[in-house]
Design a protein around this ligand. Structure first.
Ligand code: SF4
Ligand code: SF4
Ligand code: FES
Length: 242
């Protein structure tokens, strides 16, 4: 099992390939299609004439809706990736997984304790982890998934929260786990427990909430609403990150 780092996203090709345009043959759910060689998997699926009703959201690698598994010619490994950011390759055999079956434990956060017993009770299968690292290799976000599962087993909530922070809940780790753990739900619980019981008070956040209530950003917000998508995108990517 291995995961290819998603190749840099290029715009999905939606129109017919020109006669001179390079094409690749890919097998989408078992059927061969000629698609533009520089298309993303999602672009290729749509180019081939399929309509994606589930399994697409942001189309930018953020929402985790487009989990995909594929094999490459002459290679026994199964690869995993996000359809919207992974480029096709010649001979790729792929299937999108629009929903990953999982069981979400139901809990009342106000009644939980931030310790290892909570993980034991809600995710007893955690302790079946065989430390194979398959989940880490499957993760399109390059997260240390096995490490956060091991941290959950130790009850180190802050570590789980930290290591799983950029999880998209795509589910690719869960479908490969021999212990049948649903890693992203473990990460979600840790984030909730951390936020409710362990995080330090943020003075910056309090200040910002007061400013919002005093309508400090209303004018800026109105300007954002008038912007075109491209302009808004540019603003988003150029924003200051703390
Ligand atoms: S840890 Fe999150 S982002 Fe990584 S494979 Fe699992 S569900 Fe997807
Ligand atoms: S794939 Fe499952 S068993 Fe293997 S390290 Fe990850 S959580 Fe543990
Ligand atoms: S569609 Fe959102 S991550 Fe691919």
């Amino acid at each position: 099992m291995a995961t290819k780092k998603p190749a840099k996203k290029k715009p999905a090709k939606q129109t017919k390939a020109k006669a001179t345009e390079k094409t690749a043959t890919v097998f989408i759910m078992g059927k061969a299609h000629k698609v533009p060689a520089d298309a993303t998997i999602m672009g290729a699926i749509e180019y081939a004439g399929y309509q994606i009703k589930r399994g697409a959201g942001c189309r930018e690698g953020f929402c985790g809706a487009c989990a995909t598994v594929y094999r490459l010619p002459g290679d026994y490994k199964i690869y995993t990736g996000l359809a919207c950011t992974t480029l096709v390759e010649e001979g790729m055999w792929l299937s999108q997984l629009p929903a990953i079956p999982d069981q979400k434990p139901i809990y009342n956060l106000n009644k939980l304790e931030p310790n290892v017993s909570t993980f034991q009770k809600l995710f007893p299968e955690l302790f079946r982890c065989v430390a194979c690292n398959t989940c880490t290799k499957a993760c399109p976000q390059d997260l240390e998934v096995m490490d956060y599962i091991q941290a959950a087993i130790r009850g180190d909530i802050e570590k789980v929260m930290d290591l799983s922070f950029d999880c998209l809940s795509c589910g690719l780790c869960a479908i490969r786990c021999p212990a049948e753990i649903v890693q992203y739900n473990v990460g979600l619980l840790a984030k909730r427990l951390y936020g409710k019981y362990l995080s330090k008070e943020s003075k910056q956040l309090k200040k910002r909430i007061k400013e919002v209530k005093r309508h400090k950003y209303d004018k800026e917000y109105k300007e954002f609403k008038k912007m075109k998508k491209e302009e808004l995108k540019k603003k988003y990517y150029e924003r200051d990150l703390e």
